[in-house]
Design a protein around this ligand. Structure first.
Ligand SMILES: [Zn+2]
Length: 293
């Protein structure tokens, strides 16, 4: 009998799982894949980005509220979820940047901080792992740290000599970086919106993009998941302190999004199986081998 396929998605904060690769996860869940979201920090130092939730009672209990929001998003996406238990580093602002707060996730030793993730990989035994690229996808110190421990854990989890006290070795077969934004995607959405006679929220973004590198050429894998964009949006809205339901993300009509860019995109960075590129499935090459493992 074929083994169930398993996908692990490693994220920095509660809400990241709903804005990065969420429709892909919902699609795989619908196909019978077991999906585990790993959330490295509790999001304790996040800001309240929804004006309606920017209230003293919310701020007083932000840690608990974000846990409850994560529970709601987890149920909407149909995934399992685990906390690594690190403390949010916050997004340092100012010039010069202030030092990171003592004890925060981004200041941990990578070797040590990868330990709990190695343990989870050996327990959940994912075939495929997704995480952020070396810039964190977005330059938050927790996102960069998430990248570092994900790569370290992917390399160590299958090695019996590494972390021998943290469970039976298990080697995931593929590692991906989430490529949330490429020039092609933003341009396609922008042009779709203008063609529909609507005002594009991407105009400023495109202007700012000129001096930033485009990650589009790094995409190896496009997962068609547009049927699950509404699930992604429901999960995002569950993070009510983090998402303004009247904001940017929800301005683009759903049909237009589905038509303009129906995929979520990834870069395959490690593979222990044969899977010719480009691909349209995170489990390409894994489906053929998983039953013998
Ligand atoms: Zn984040």
């Amino acid at each position: 009998m074929a083994e169930r396929l398993r996908l692990m998605a490693v994220h920095a904060h509660p809400d990241d799982e709903s804005s990065k690769g969420a429709a892909t996860m919902a699609k795989y869940v619908a196909e019978g894949v077991d999906v585990l979201v790993v959330t490295c920090t509790g999001g304790e130092r996040g800001s309240v980005l929804n004006p309606k939730m920017d209230r003293p009672d919310v701020w007083a209990d932000i840690g608990q509220i974000r846990r409850a929001e994560m529970d709601a998003a987890r149920a909407i996406l149909g995934v399992e979820q685990a906390w690594l238990g690190f403390v949010d580093s916050g997004l340092p602002e100012g010039d010069p940047l202030p030092p990171l707060p003592e004890g925060c996730f981004a200041l941990q030793d990578v070797e040590v901080a990868a330990g709990p993730l190695v343990r989870l990989m050996r327990q959940f035994r994912p075939h495929v792992v997704t995480t952020y690229d070396e810039e964190g996808g977005y330059p938050h110190p927790d996102h960069i740290m998430t990248h570092k421990i994900s790569v370290a854990a992917f390399e160590a989890a299958g090695d019996p000599e590494r972390y021998p006290e943290l469970g039976e070795p298990w080697q995931p077969l593929k590692l991906y970086y989430d490529i949330g934004f490429s020039k092609g995607k933003i341009m396609a959405l922008h042009e779709g919106i203008l063609a529909a006679g609507l005002e594009s929220p991407y105009g400023e973004w495109i202007k700012r993009w000129e001096d930033r590198p485009d990650k589009g050429p790094r995409i190896t894998t496009r997962v068609e998941c547009s049927d699950y964009f509404p699930v992604r949006d429901d999960a995002l809205r569950a993070h009510a302190t983090q998402i303004d339901p009247d904001g940017f993300w929800f301005q683009v009509p759903m049909e237009l999004q589905k038509r303009s860019w129906p995929t979520e995109d990834f870069e395959l960075v490690r593979s222990l199986v044969d899977s010719p590129l480009p691909e349209s499935d995170l489990f390409a090459g894994v489906r053929e081998t998983a039953h013998v493992r």
